[in-house]
Design a protein around this ligand. Structure first.
Ligand SMILES: Cc1cc2nc3c(=O)[nH]c(=O)nc-3n(C[C@H](O)[C@H](O)[C@H](O)COP(=O)(O)OP(=O)(O)OC[C@H]3O[C@@H](n4cnc5c(N)ncnc54)[C@H](O)[C@@H]3O)c2cc1C
Length: 260
């Protein structure tokens, strides 16, 4: 219908999510949370074997949601299967014991649009409104995937616009353009504008390979004790930072500052 221009693999990620049923007492004990509390973790680095993406785990009252997300273009160039990430993630030392004895009750996979405002589809046409993920209103901002809030809000504004269209018996694109104006005035397109540039930042492979490895090396050196005199924190940090190239790290920090 000509609503969207040609899409590329880099505009989508694939997410895999499993729901693992577990009694609330085991969840409280394993995650150290109170009855009305919860735990959410995100993972970056080995979970996607260095490809753009990450893993997540969060507790529900009687289940755990566990999953991973990988950008399609990154997965294609690394010749990687996302379901294999998931199996390796589940059997990794970080996760294995946390889910042991749980029962897998749901397993699903779907694409997640990762668009910025410049690649968004047209949101309305004659007799037509696009909302939620079909309108590419979800966002990956690195530390979170958002989309449910935009899907609900766009549903609300679409319903308002449709109600007015029914009353005035006018379903033309001019009449339905009020939908886009409403989204522009709300957090939906406001946050897309603010965080849309995060996509550029998240294409940086160093986030998924270099920085997780740097954090591991730094912590290993920090907590290793031998018969030789211990290095100071400043020495370890300086050495690791210089090894990775100070200019590159400063550039990455600048990009994070600009785009996040
Ligand atoms: C792994 C993963 C983790 C995520 N984590 C978060 C998170 O933590 N927070 C957050 O806010 N968002 C998250 N999201 C994004 C969020 O799930 C989506 O943005 C949101 O579900 C979009 O809602 P929607 O109603 O537009 O689409 P959907 O939820 O995809 O609903 C579309 C429905 O239409 C049905 N359908 C499709 N085609 C047809 C057809 N031809 N006929 C009839 N029915 C059809 C589908 O089966 C589906 O039920 C995550 C997504 C994934 C994949």
């Amino acid at each position: 219908m000509g609503l969207i221009s040609k899409r590329k693999p880099k505009h989508y990620a694939v997410g895999v999510k499993e729901i693992i049923e577990m009694d609330s007492k085991s969840i409280e004990g394993r995650f150290g949370v109170a009855e009305d509390g919860g735990c959410a973790s995100i993972f970056v680095g080995s979970v996607t074997k260095g490809a753009q993406g990450g893993g997540f785990l969060y507790t529900n009252k009687e289940s755990i949601s566990l999953g991973c997300v990988a950008n399609i273009s990154a997965a294609m160039s690394g010749d990687i299967r996302v379901d294999e990430f998931m199996e390796d993630f589940k059997s990794s030392s970080a996760i294995k014991n946390l889910i042991e004895g749980g029962k897998s009750v749901e397993y699903s996979a779907r694409t997640i649009p990762e668009f910025d405002l410049t690649h968004m589809p047209r949101l309305y046409g004659d007799r037509m409104l696009l909302l939620g993920d079909s309108a590419c209103l979800s966002m990956n901002i690195g530390y979170a995937v958002r989309g449910m809030d935009s899907a609900i809000a766009s549903g609300f504004y679409a319903a308002e616009t449709a109600t007015r269209a029914v009353k005035s018996r006018n379903f033309s694109k001019d009449s339905l353009s009020a939908y886009e104006s409403a989204l522009r005035g709300s957090f939906v397109l406001g946050d897309m504008r603010r965080f849309g540039r995060a996509q550029k930042f998240l294409e940086n492979k160093r986030i998924y390979e270099y920085y997780p490895a740097l954090a591991n090396r730094f912590l290993k050196r920090l907590f290793s004790f031998a018969s030789t005199p211990k290095e100071g924190v400043r020495e370890i940090a300086g050495d690791e930072i210089l090894r990775g190239g100070l200019m590159k790290i400063l550039m990455d920090m600048w990009r994070a500052w600009r785009w996040l």
